[in-house]
Design a protein around this ligand. Structure first.
Ligand SMILES: [Zn+2]
Length: 136
């Protein structure tokens, strides 16, 4: 395996995760313990796991053929899956990140608009904020 490729892929994941975790830290009621697993399950790939305080974990990854914005949006989507499950397990409202336009209704949806990873309202398609800039 080409060591440099592995390194670059790691770096893309680290960069995207940094952006996404800003939103998690700012607005989510459950916080992941982030752990890097080298050679995950012996498959030769490195994975980052998001662990809950209770111990359940979910692997997150980005594809090297995606652009940086797609990687951030994709990772935001994976973090959302983790957060919703953990909020539910913690008996909290399983909506993250909550749509500010429609409280107690639905979470925002991650996507790419004009080359930027953003959170949008799934009902109105309105862009709420770039991924990484949510505040409580
Ligand atoms: Zn909405």
């Amino acid at each position: 395996m080409d060591d440099q490729l592995v390194h670059l892929k790691d770096r893309a994941l680290a960069v995207a995760l940094d952006v996404v975790l800003r939103d998690v830290k700012a607005t989510c009621a459950v916080q992941p313990i982030v752990h890097e697993e080298r050679n995950f399950m012996g498959l030769g790939e490195d994975t980052i796991m998001l662990y809950a305080p209770g111990g359940s974990g979910q692997g997150v990854s980005v594809s090297e053929w995606q652009g940086p914005a797609e990687q951030v949006a994709d990772l935001a989507d994976q973090a959302q899956g983790w957060a919703v499950e953990e909020l539910c397990a913690a008996g909290k409202p399983a909506t993250w990140p909550e749509c500010p336009t429609h409280p107690d209704s639905h979470p925002l949806e991650a996507g790419v608009v004009k080359g930027v990873a953003v959170w949008s309202c799934p009902r109105t398609r309105q862009v709420i904020a770039p991924v990484g800039s949510l505040s409580s």
